[in-house]
Design a protein around this ligand. Sequence first.
Ligand SMILES: Nc1nc2c(c(=O)[nH]1)N[C@H]1C(S)=C(S)[C@@H](COP(=O)(O)O)O[C@H]1N2
Ligand SMILES: [Mo]
Length: 218
Amino acid sequence: MTDEPPPPDSKLTRSKQRWASEHKFITGQDARAAQGRLPPGQHLVRDWPVLDLGRQPDVAPERWALALGGLVERPVTLDWSGFMALPQTRTQSDMHCVTTWSRYDNAWTGVSTRDLLDLVQPRAEAAFALLHSYDGYTTNVPLADFADAAAMAVHSWDGKPLTRAHGGPARMLIPHLYLWKSAKWLRGVEFLSADKAGFWESNGYHMRGDPWAEERYS
Ligand SMILES: Nc1nc2c(c(=O)[nH]1)N[C@H]1C(S)=C(S)[C@@H](COP(=O)(O)O)O[C@H]1N2
Ligand SMILES: [Mo]
C-alpha cells in the first residue's frame, strides 16, 4: 500500500521530533513499581486533545474503505456498509498520549481486531501490522498487540459518531499502547513478517510504545 507524500511540517511535529532526541518526559520509574491506573510520567485530563500532523482528511463514509492485506489468506477491502455489518463491540478504556496526557473511561463502539483477523486469516509468517491512514500517516505494531482483546477499529465515542478531528469516520484504537499507535482516518492494515517503522517510529519514537514501560522513544 503506497502512502501519500509526508504531510506538512508543523510546530508540534517539530517539537515532538526534538523531544524524542532529548528523551523528554522519561521518569525512569521502575515499571513494576508503577501502581494504579496512571502510567509513569502521565497526568490526567478531562477534555480530549486533538493531535495530528495538521491535515485532517474529510472522508465521507460513502467514500471510506478499509483495505486489509499483505500476509493474509483472504485480503479484503471493506466499504462502510461491509464494515458496519461486522459484529459490533462496545468497550470502555483509558487513553495515554506520549505528550503526557491520559484520559480515562472512553466508551467506544467498533469492530474488534480479532473479528478483522478472523476475516482475513493472517498467514503464519505475519508478525507485525502497519496501519495506513488517509492523511498519509503510518504506524506499526506487533501483531500480538494488534490482536489484543481491547483493540478495535472504532467509529463511535461516547455513543456518538467519531468526529473528523478525532479520526472519523473510523480509526484504530489500541488502548494498551501510547495513542500514536491508534491511527486516525484508518484506510488500511498491512500484515508483514518484519517490523517496519511508521511516521513517528521513523522520527525517534518507539517501535512498540508500552506506556507502563515508558517506551516513548527508540
Ligand atoms: N492518521 C493519523 N493518525 C494519528 C495521528 C496523525 O497525525 N494522523 N497522530 C497520532 C497521535 S501522535 C496521537 S497522540 C493521536 C491523537 O488522537 P486524538 O487527536 O484523537 O487525541 O492520534 C494518533 N493517530
Ligand atoms: Mo501523540
